[in-house]
Design a protein around this ligand. Structure first.
Ligand code: SF4
Length: 283
């Protein structure tokens, strides 16, 4: 995930939804040129700012506009309610053959997306007026709602992030994310529909059993995978979660060697496994 800030203006509405504070904003832009980790892409597109999945290692949190937002990462979201209107302006200069990554600093399938359909509207606009080479990155089962649209793209790939085989690990690092099981079921459904898919183990968190993990991943039918290391001792964490994460990685003996051993096992089972930035290259 690469990070950058986008201009915002005219916050117009705020509400509390469950534990999350939701703000509706008018963004100044919707397409951002790919930079840094995402520089192989022409553009990234983020329909939201912030993320109510709140992974405690999320790099995007450290680019929050205030210390309060950083500390409350996962419990606030800004909805770019004019996202489609901004994209409509792009009809004058269609994004033909451009590579587009959706999304780099949020998940395009936030729970509230179910009602708002901002991402869905963006996908429809892309289908009707542009010929982008699209990569969608998510960890939400809501992605299956848009299978009908994905099938209409000439070039599209859906990436599902699955970082561990352990629900215990998942709950320490990603306490408000969908479960591993739900994510695997969702990407299987997308794959079964004939859409290009990929499972991204980015980052790969401590794994309990690499062989059974690999076998479970294969059962989804997905053939493409990406893996990337995570160093709990060097990593940044939100709020007070760092000590829990470090304690768990130590308990599970998760260090650089264990990561490399696990990746070696995964490589024996998984047909196509890319690593780090090159693994994220556009399709
Ligand atoms: S889902 Fe992605 S953007 Fe959201 S908190 Fe997790 S890593 Fe960050």
């Amino acid at each position: 995930m690469e990070l950058f800030l986008e201009e915002e203006s005219n916050e117009i509405k705020k509400l509390q939804l469950g534990q999350s504070k939701i703000e509706y904003i008018k963004s100044a832009s919707i397409l951002t040129e790919g930079k840094g980790f995402m520089d192989a892409y022409d553009y990234t597109l983020n329909p939201y700012t912030g993320c109510t999945f709140g992974c405690n290692y999320c790099y995007a949190a450290f680019f929050s506009r205030s210390e309060e937002e950083k500390q409350n990462w996962g419990f606030w979201l800004k909805v770019k309610e004019n996202a489609l209107q901004l994209l409509l302006k792009q009809r004058k200069k269609p994004l033909w053959n451009k590579t587009l990554y959706l999304s780099s600093v949020t998940d395009p399938y936030q729970p509230i997306e179910k009602e708002l359909e901002i991402t869905r509207d963006i996908l429809k606009e892309l289908i009707n007026y542009h010929k982008v080479r699209l990569v969608v990155q998510t960890r939400s089962p809501l992605v299956t709602r848009d299978i009908d649209l994905f099938k209409q793209f000439e070039v599209a790939q859906i990436n599902m992030t699955v970082t561990t085989d352990s629900e215990h690990v998942r709950k320490v690092f990603e306490p408000i994310c969908p479960s591993n099981k739900v994510r695997l079921q969702a990407i299987k459904e997308v794959n079964d529909a004939g859409v290009n898919t990929c499972i991204t183990m980015t980052p790969l968190l401590p794994v309990e059993n690499a062989i059974s993990f690999a076998k479970n991943l294969l059962q989804t039918g997905v053939k493409k995978f990406i893996v990337q290391p995570f160093h709990a001792d060097k990593g940044k964490f939100i709020a007070s979660t760092r000590s829990d994460a470090i304690k768990l990685t130590q308990e599970m003996g998760w260090d650089d060697n264990k990561y490399l051993q696990t990746v070696e096992i995964l490589k024996q089972y998984l047909p196509q496994i890319g690593e780090g930035k090159s693994g994220f290259a556009p399709i």
